[in-house]
Write a protein that binds this ligand. Structure first.
Ligand code: 2AM
Length: 486
């Protein structure tokens, strides 16, 4: 019998199951397989019941036999060793030109390594970001594939059919670039997600602690915000969370312990930003904010010792201040995305990828956790100028920041006065002020480096590339550190 399977998917946790159902809805025949084989029949008898074009395989051999050539096998398993293990299990059963796809949250250096490895053996490899959670997988996720360019035509139709669509109907799935590019872009997406979430949390904290607002009142504010420029999935779910009542009728959110978890993609983004020398300060600050939140016992102890201004003493119009917070959030969000795109631009240079920034904004426009109307504006910015060096320099974003700036400063100042921590609002503003400064105090820093370490400096009145050393103390020599190694 001729094989009929369009794609096999290994890994029948919820994401995997939902992707299979979604692909099957779009008319594709999908073969399901799992390490614990009993889960295959459980799936066929439960979520996939009655679907004749979802086929269960009980061994890798059987799975491979069911697939049309060139074979496409997608892994939705735990990132790390499980992916390498499955690759090794699959290879003996595959032929040149077959394609393995990793749809998990793999770290991009692993994907770079795996692409090279599989290509060296004549196979094709894709590492793809899949974002949108369980519901996204079922209804349409954002899909960010990278890897072997020759693999893209093999999966383009099925991926684009399965992915979310923007309000204009464009698929939230495009080819990202070679080897680890897809997973890099997904990692950056997750980092930006950390930032967006922390921005919302700081807005909430300011309203709650600074203005003394109730969850119900904040629910109304987020409902309004979701109708305007901040229209996004994360604002929408925050609105709903604030309205959600526990069994006793009280807001559930206030009963949740304030210690955040993390799975590591925000950290990876920050580590990569340090490796590449890119100031992605907002995401890093958002990661640290989670770390501080996790120090619950220490904080409780410190709260009894370290005194600051008493909160809830805001004087002025609360309605106006809520609007100031909205503008501060919007301006900070622009900085965060500007930093995220700066990072991807630098990564593209470092790893030799040709990233299409408009296409990335489009992929994030729908389906994924950071989906928003705002990303439509980013797409427009890169459509207008594909070589845009920084989002902050785009006319639209420049004018939004111009409008929001006074409120943004007021919010940070007020938070400082009230003693309410706003690490990402303030780091965004600090970055903005640094970025728009033609001159920073690094002249003094270079003098210090030259003073204690003879590290030399360049001068404003001499061409770049000429280095000077001064004997600052009159003692010691005039030899710079480039001429000796101490
Ligand atoms: P399991 O059902 O056999 O545990 C999410 O955890 C998915 O990743 C599941 O399908 C799970 O398979 C799979 N998985 C987790 N660790 C794995 C490993 N080390 N090897 C293979 N599959 C693994």
């Amino acid at each position: 019998m001729e094989p009929t399977g369009d794609l096999a998917l290994i890994g029948l946790a919820v994401m995997g199951q939902n992707l299979i159902l979604n692909m099957n809805d779009k008319g594709y025949t999908v073969v399901a397989y799992n390490r614990t084989v009993s889960k295959v029949d459980e799936f066929l008898n439960d979520a996939a019941k009655g679907r004749k074009t979802i086929l269960g395989a009980h061994s890798i051999e059987e799975m491979v036999r069911m697939l049309k050539k060139p074979r496409k096998i997608m892994l939705m398993v735990k990132a790390g060793k499980a992916v390498d293990d499955f690759i090794e299990l699959l290879l003996p059963h595959l032929e040149s030109g077959d394609c393995i796809i990793d749809g998990g949250n793999s770290h991009f250096p692993d994907t770079i390594r795996r692409t090279k490895y599989l290509e060296s053996k004549g196979f094709l490899y894709i590492g793809t970001g899949v974002s949108g959670g369980e519901e996204g997988a079922r209804r349409g996720p954002s899909i960010m594939p990278g890897g072997s360019p020759k693999a893209w035509p093999l999966v383009k139709d099925i991926f684009q059919a399965t992915s979310a669509k923007t309000p204009d109907g464009a698929p939230c799935c495009e080819w990202v670039g070679e080897n680890g590019a897809g997973h890099y872009v997904k990692m950056t997406h997750n980092g930006i997600e950390y930032g967006d979430m922390q921005l919302i949390c700081e807005a909430y904290q300011l309203m709650k602690e600074g203005l003394g607002m109730t969850a119900g009142q904040m629910h109304t504010v987020f409902s309004e915000w979701n109708k305007g420029e901040l229209d996004s999935y994360l604002i929408e779910i925050t609105r709903d969370i604030l309205a959600f009542k526990d069994a006793d009728g009280q807001p559930l959110v206030e009963k949740i312990l304030d210690t955040a978890g993390q799975k590591g993609t925000g950290k990876w983004t920050s580590v990569s930003s340090l490796d590449l020398g890119m100031p992605v300060t907002l995401i890093a600050e958002a990661v640290y904010a989670r770390c501080v939140s996790a120090m619950k016992e220490e904080r409780v102890n410190a709260s009894k010792i370290l005194k600051g201004p008493k909160a809830k003493e805001f004087k002025g119009s609360k309605t106006e201040f809520v609007e100031d917070i909205r503008q501060a959030l919007l301006a900070s969000k622009i900085v965060s995305y500007a930093q995220g795109f700066m990072l991807m631009r630098e990564a593209a240079r470092e790893y030799g990828w040709k990233l299409n920034y408009g296409a990335i904004a489009l992929m994030w426009r729908g389906g994924c956790i950071i989906r928003s109307a705002f990303l439509g504006k980013i797409k427009e910015a890169f459509d207008t100028n594909p070589d845009l060096s920084n989002l902050l320099l785009d006319k639209y974003f420049e004018s939004v920041i111009g409008t929001c700036q006074a409120s943004w400063r007021k919010v940070v100042m007020t938070a400082v006065e009230l003693g309410v921590p706003v690490p990402v609002f303030s780091t965004a503003l600090a970055f903005f002020d640094s970025y728009r400064s033609a001159r920073l105090p690094a002249n003094l820093l270079q003098a210090q480096r030259d003073y204690f370490g003879a590290h030399t400096y360049e001068r404003v009145d001499k061409p770049r590339g000429q280095f000077f050393h001064t004997n600052w103390t009159g003692t010691g020599g005039s030899v710079s550190s480039s001429t000796y190694t101490a």
